[in-house]
Design a protein around this ligand. Structure first.
Ligand code: PLP
Length: 223
């Protein structure tokens, strides 16, 4: 099937609360344009350099989401245009994003990445670290970032129950954080970014509001 057909099929199956991020990492500009022409405006990349190159070459009204692990020394390259950073996993990174956003006279929306999987290779904060960050005095001074939600990745496994329970865990952490921290001026918890090509139906059952889909739209990646 074509990119357009894949996209339309996925979109038709989504509840209206769910936003689709088309994950275009490693894919050429022509594939992104095919999705763009089918109406897609939100694209996710996991390498800052690649995202910057594509941002320059492609239409201006694309919203670029950084979904990968972010190195602090590279935040400056995307600070002028990035629309949402999904993988914020440390306070030091958040401070750097705030600094670069201020230099660009803007507020950058961020999701805090929560570690829900079994694999130690995945990044993220635990619930305690999340609470510590949001409770800290210094956090409240960061006026050029806004925490709009949480992001998580489930374990890579065939065990559907395990995946479901990890997504449920993230939803619980989100609900608790929303009760506790939504009154802060730089916190507006509205997004739960969870679900990829293989597990997005489970993620939506657990309350996902944003899914990140690559291979089911663009086909498999060759690295
Ligand atoms: C690559 C990637 C995706 C998309 O994965 P698919 O299995 O191709 O849908 C989603 N989220 C993150 C963080 C990724 O790195």
């Amino acid at each position: 099937m074509s990119i357009e057909q894949n996209l339309n099929q996925i979109k038709a199956s989504l509840p209206s609360r769910v936003t689709l991020v088309a994950v275009s990492k490693t894919k050429p500009e022509q594939d992104i344009l095919a999705a763009y022409q089918a109406g897609q405006r939100i694209f996710g990349e996991n390498k800052i350099q690649e995202m910057c190159d594509k941002q320059i070459a492609l239409p201006n009204d694309i919203q670029w989401h950084m979904i990968g692990h972010v190195q602090r020394n590279k935040v400056k390259y995307m600070a002028s245009f990035v629309s949402l950073i999904h993988g914020v996993d440390s306070f030091r990174l958040l401070k750097e994003i705030n600094k670069q956003a201020a230099l660009n006279n803007r507020v950058i929306d961020c999701l805090l990445q929560i570690f829900i999987a079994e694999e130690q290779t995945k990044f993220g904060l635990d619930q305690q670290e999340l609470i510590e960050i949001l409770n800290s005095q210094e956090f409240s001074t960061l006026q050029n970032i806004r925490i709009t939600g949480l992001m998580g990745m489930a374990t890579f496994t065939d065990d559907q129950q395990k995946i479901k329970s990890e997504f449920d865990q993230l939803k619980n952490i989100f609900d608790q954080a929303k009760t506790q921290f939504d009154h802060l001026s730089n916190v507006t918890l509205q997004t739960i970014s969870m679900g990829m090509s293989n597990d997005y139906s489970l993620a939506i059952e657990s309350g996902s509001t944003m899914i990140r889909i690559g291979s089911s739209i663009f086909g498999n990646r060759n690295y």
